[in-house]
Design a protein around this ligand. Structure first.
Ligand code: SF4
Ligand code: SF4
Length: 243
């Protein structure tokens, strides 16, 4: 079977995630190559919102818009799941959702969300001018020079990860163009972590080179992980660890 590099990596990751094994993948990859991966450990997230705040500052995200956000899922004794996200989690959470009978709460968890850098990204497929594309190291970016702000990609993204940068936004060159999380690619190419990963006090956000067998992200591939809504067919490269 002849596979190009991306297909090979994908196959390796799937095998690692499904079977929990990574030895065959690491043995065949050049240590010089990079392909970025992201895991969110839901057992660690405390819903503090520091990631959302750091993202806003780092990426000049205008008020009322988000490249990343945090949702709270509260499970009741009756098995009901209540979802809330005041200010998209940016200011953290009260201990319990408002107007909820505390005696009936069984448990809950926080779910940080961001662009999944989908392998089969609908946003890339629909862009009429090729402004949205994937880099060789696996990150979906927007070329702001090419973007005409038509918004097709905003509608096509099944995860609500894109928005139209407002005309009064701080970043002049992004005005009227579509913006989204890039896993802070501008930092990554300089050897830094994404801002949200850097500030997370509990290490709930894990980013790294999936081709490096010693990376933290690869360690998570030994565990059972979940893709966000896999039925979309977009094949997200962001995974969740739920314990
Ligand atoms: Fe969760 Fe970390 Fe974000 Fe706080 S900074 S909300 S712990 S992911
Ligand atoms: Fe595109 Fe949405 Fe997937 Fe991000 S999450 S790559 S914006 S389809």
């Amino acid at each position: 079977m002849n596979l190009n590099r991306r297909e090979f990596i994908k196959l390796g990751l799937k095998a690692a995630v499904v079977a929990g094994g990574i030895a065959a993948v690491s043995a065949s990859l050049s240590p010089k190559e990079k392909y970025w991966g992201f895991v969110v450990d839901l057992t660690r997230c405390i819903g503090c919102g520091k990631c959302v705040q750091a993202c806003r500052t780092e990426n000049k995200v205008p008020e009322g818009f988000y490249r990343t956000w945090v949702e709270r899922y509260t499970v009741t004794e009756e098995g009901q799941v209540l979802v809330d996200s005041p200010k998209m989690g940016e200011e953290g959470y009260t201990p319990y959702p408002p107007e909820t009978d505390i005696s009936k709460i069984k448990g809950g968890y926080f779910v940080p969300k961001l662009c999944n850098q989908c392998e089969n990204a609908p946003c890339v497929a629909v862009c009429p001018v090729g402004a949205t594309y994937m880099t060789d190291d696996g990150v979906v970016l927007v070329d702001y020079e090419k973007c005409i702000g038509c918004g097709y990609c905003v509608s096509a993204c099944p995860y609500g990860a894109r928005y139209l940068y407002p005309e009064d936004g701080e970043s002049e060159y992004m005005r009227g163009k579509v913006d989204k999380c890039t896993w802070c690619y501008h930092r990554v190419v300089r050897g830094l972590e994404p801002a949200c990963v850097y500030v997370c006090p509990t290490k709930a956000r894990v980013f790294g080179n999936v081709l490096d067998p010693n990376s933290d992200v690869r360690k998570y591939y030994r565990l059972k992980l979940k893709q966000p809504r896999p039925k979309t067919g977009a094949d997200p490269k962001l995974y969740y660890y739920t314990g």
